[in-house]
Design a protein around this ligand. Sequence first.
Ligand code: ADP
Length: 310
Amino acid sequence: ARIGIVGVGMVGSAAGYALALMGVAGEIVLVDRSPALAQAQAEDISHAVPFASATRVVAGDYDALAGADLVILAAGVSQKPGETRIALLSRNAEVFAEVIGAVRRVAPDAILLIATNPVDIMTDIATRLSGLPPSRVIGSGTILDSARFRTLLGQHLHLSPQSIHGYVLGEHGDSEVLAWSSAQAGSVPIRAAAAQMGAAITDEVVARIDAGVRRAAYRIIEGKGATWYGIGAGLARIARAILRDEQAVLSVSILTPEVVGVKGATLSLPRAVGRAGVTADLLPDLDDVEADALRRSAQMLADLAAEVKL
Ligand code: ADP
């Protein structure tokens, strides 16, 4: 399979690196506004390949994306001092208008995987600009937040995160919702499992894990300016589910006709992901507090997306 990555700064290049190590694609094509950067990233990543897989990693222009099965969009511009969020969004919408037009011309059958932040709004913009069905325009959303949630619950219970089932819903950002009431260890509800294992989930534990998930990006940005490895691996995980037609359940963001009474929000839910993109949603049972929080998150996202004129 052929995967394109448009925008190979920190996030796009980390996705390329993770994909090369994972070996899910035959060829990865890197495209950037700066051809010199794309060339340098391709050369650097291709030097990791002999240790891991047989992936070809090349730089190219949009024509090199012809026949791509999947294109990851990680292109974007960063916030100028004093710039409002909506002004930044408009500038990123302009970048997407250019990029998506070019990608659609050469790779009309490609699924789009969106990484540019704010990812839910950029996924909404990409859906509108591309004219593709929402099932084929997928934002990385809370893939990483859910991974952090499972990791922290696993640490508390001394269990592998692979054996913890729990999802973060809604916005990838401040209003996200940790779905505690449906989380499980094995097939046991998380609080019952914690009681059985003598590691009760007290209010203090809930607060610590919530902050651990919700504040992770802020902590990392404080230390190193930006985040890229985690999201790079998360993007590669979604790409693998698509290319191998896994029908894996992952929390990803797509335009959602209706959820908890809110229409037309682009947000994350656990969803089945495979070769056709998203084929099903698996909204967990929510308690009243979680449902209210998800409603607020969804409404905020729908309102903000409506403000972005294309
Ligand atoms: P991040 O940390 O989100 O990866 P970067 O600034 O490191 O942010 O990367 C963004 C990348 O997107 C840069 O390499 C930039 O050149 C690229 N880019 C910006 N605008 C365009 C565009 N119109 N077409 C292609 N690439 C673009």
